[in-house]
Structures are given as C-alpha cells and as structure tokens.
Design a protein around this ligand. Structure first.
Ligand code: NAD
Ligand code: ZN
Length: 356
C-alpha cells in the first residue's frame, strides 16, 4: 500500500490566472524572483498584463515545437542557475511546458542533470515551489506525479516519477484554452479518455483512481459526443476531467496504448496525444468498445486522424518501434500480465503498427 499524495490546493474558474499572486509564497510577493515558463504560443506578450510581474521576476518562453528532452531541461536549468535562484516557478502551457517547469524545479534543488532522475522515486528533496497553469486540457500533467522527457542518448521516453514532481498549487482557468486549435484540442483532450480506459482495464487497480477515472470518462463522453466540444462550459469541464485523470494515474498505470505511442514518439517523432489517438484506433482487438466509442467521438467532432504513418517503413524501423514499445514493461504487464511478451511478439507488434 503506497502513501498517496495529490495536488491539494488549486484555484478554478474563468479569470483565475489574474489571482495568481494569492497562490505564490508570501515571501515572493515583494521581492520577486519568480520564474514564469510560458508556452511560445503566448510569445506576443498577451498573457503578461494578467501576471503580477515584479522587477526581479523572469519570463522565459518555451519552444514546444518538439516535446521536452532532457537536454532542453538541462539547458533551461543552467540558464536559471547562473542567476539568483528563483523562489517560485510557474509553468504556463500544455503538458510540455508544465513538465519542463516540474523538471526544472526538481533539478534546481537536487542538482545534477535531468537524466539522473528519470525513473521512480529518485528525486531526493522537494523542488523549488511550483505552480502549474494549463492552457490546454487533457494530459493531466497539472495533477500527476511525473514529467515526461525524451532522452535521445538512452533511446527512452520517461519521467521523473516522484511525489516531489507534483505541483504545489494549480490554477485552472478555462479562459486560457479558448485559442487552442480544434484538432489539438481533441487530441490532447483524448489523452484523459485514454489514461482512464487504460487504467480501468488494467490489473493494477486502486479504488480512488477508479472513481476519478469513471468520473473523468463520464465528462469526456458528455463533451466529445456533443455538438460543440469547445464551448465555455465544456472547456471548463475538460479542465476538471483532465485534473481528475491526472490524479487517477498517480495511483494506477496506463496500459497498451501509451507504450505503443511512446514507440511512435521515439522513432517517428509523433507527438504524445495525436500518437495515442492513432494507436487507439488500431487497437480493436484489445479495447473493442472503447475504439468504437472513440470513432463516434471523432465523427461527432469531425476531426480526422493522420493515416498511413507506419506503412512501408524499413525493417529496421519496425524493429526500432518494437524495441521502443516493449521496453515499457510496467504498463504492458498491467494490461496483459507478466507474460505480455508471449502475446506481443515482434510480428504481432509490427502488425499493429502497420495498421496505423
Ligand atoms: P503541448 O504542451 O505539447 O502543446 C501542444 C501545442 O499546443 C503547442 O504547439 C502549443 O504551442 C499549443 N498550445 C498550448 N496552449 C495553447 C493555447 N491556449 N492556444 C493555442 N495553442 C496552444 O501539448 P499537450 O498535448 O498538452 O502536452 C503533450 C506533452 O505532455 C507531451 O510531452 C507528453 O509527454 C506530456 N504528458 C505529460 C503527462 C504527465 O503526467 N506529466 C501526461 C501525459 C502527457
Ligand atoms: Zn498520456
């Protein structure tokens, strides 16, 4: 039985970002030394009037064209180490920016490089006080105890799984997701749906995680089977579903979809959320009801999936996809049992990838 920690304090509602000062440690309200890591979509400065910027505060825009790497986290940490250490870090963006904020916060207090902490419970001391502010909903990064990074030297995609990775506080302001492009909104939102179906279909279960997952799924169904998934009401609801999904996953494990999607990401550089949707669409034999429901949601929202991603690849690429998938033993065993390799042979895995 594991002692469970979740994000305990959060502010929810339209315009919540304007009250960010309430969530920051009192000691920083006059002196500053807060670092705002903001997704590059907001590079035009449109968010700055809503932030209580002080003289010593720093703003860095995060390039999220590609998903976070250990090198990128190390470079940002080095930049911040070269100056007075910040007293608080705010990650304002999607899963990529929030994960970078979590990783940088841990590194500033623990020393070393990002790759040293990829794994389970390797972070020794709490990071710098950190606040998460999602600007797109679905990954649950605002609520989870991990921050995912690609490590190209080791050919793996893995997070710092630790209680110290949790944000201290979170701001859920649905105003911030109004500008998300339609397809991206759907793909990232579906990450919540996928976390929950994988968790509920697994062997490693936890009653509270199940309750979070059931509720998050009910909200996802309401949103994605509706006529307008991006209405004000549904944007607020999706923020809550994402938070619940992220809280669920801290006490459970994903299943088959995330390992295959990690394979796509390592070998073909496919982004996490669209990759998950592509994989789910090829998983009829493992998640039949969910695949059927996913396709109905996709039709309701008129969102098309990229096709033909894995057709006609070289043998070496199918081999690389297999290796980058099968390495994720925990979730694969959660889905299929310890003997998962007898089901997921190379031929079987390659056949599934060919369907994408
Ligand atoms: P993202 O952060 O990668 O951003 C995707 C795109 O959306 C970017 O182009 C970004 O500029 C844009 N964007 C963000 N907010 C916007 C807004 N308000 N308006 C317009 N554009 C906006 O997206 P994501 O799908 O949220 O995150 C994916 C990342 O999250 C992956 O790196 C994945 O590994 C990680 N992840 C983390 C966890 C976790 O628990 N830590 C869980 C799942 C996924
Ligand atoms: Zn995910």
């Amino acid at each position: 039985m594991r002692l469970t920690k979740t994000v305990g304090e959060y502010l929810l509602g339209f315009g919540a970002l304007q009250q960010v000062d309430r969530l920051l440690p009192k000691s920083t309200r006059q002196s500053g030394e807060r670092v705002y890591l903001i997704d590059h979509f907001f590079y035009d400065g449109s968010l700055l009037p809503r932030l209580p910027l002080l003289k010593k505060d720093r703003v860095l825009y995060i390039d999220t064209t590609d998903e976070p790497t250990t090198e990128q986290v190390d470079a940002i940490t080095a930049q911040l180490r070269s100056d007075a250490p910040p007293q608080a870090i705010l990650g304002i963006g999607g899963g990529s920016t929030m994960d970078i904020a979590k990783a940088v916060s841990n590194l500033l207090s623990n020393g070393g490089s990002a790759a040293d902490y990829q794994g389970w419970d390797l972070v020794k001391v709490p990071g710098v006080f950190k606040v998460g502010v999602p600007t797109i909903s679905g990954t649950g990064a605002e609520a989870s105890r991990t921050c995912v990074m690609m490590n190209h030297a080791e050919n793996l995609k893995l997070g710092m799984n630790s209680d110290h990775t949790l944000f201290d506080r979170v701001i859920l302001d649905p105003e911030l997701t109004a500008t998300v492009p339609r397809n991206q909104y759907f793909f990232t939102g579906m990450d919540t749906y996928i976390h929950c179906i994988e968790s509920l279909a697994g062997r490693y279960r936890h009653a509270l995680a199940d309750a979070f997952s059931h509720q998050a799924l009910a909200v996802c169904r309401e949103i994605f089977l509706s006529g307008n998934m991006q209405s004000d009401e549904y944007r607020e609801k999706l923020m809550i579903a994402s938070f619940l999904g992220g809280s669920a996953i801290g006490n459970s494990l994903v299943g088959l979809i995330h390992p295959f999607s990690a394979g796509l990401s390592m070998v073909l550089h496919t982004h996490h959320c669209v990759g998950n949707c592509i994989v789910l669409n090829a998983m009829d034999e493992f998640y039949p009801r969910e695949v059927e429901e996913f396709r109905r949601m996709q039709e309701s929202q008129r969102v098309a999936l990229p096709r033909g991603l894995c057709q006609g690849l070289a043998d070496s690429q199918y081999r690389a996809l297999y290796e980058a998938t099968i390495i994720h033993e925990k979730p694969l065993a959660n889905a299929l049992g310890d003997d998962f390799r007898s089901i997921l042979t190379f031929d079987k895995v390659a056949e599934i990838f060919r369907r994408m």
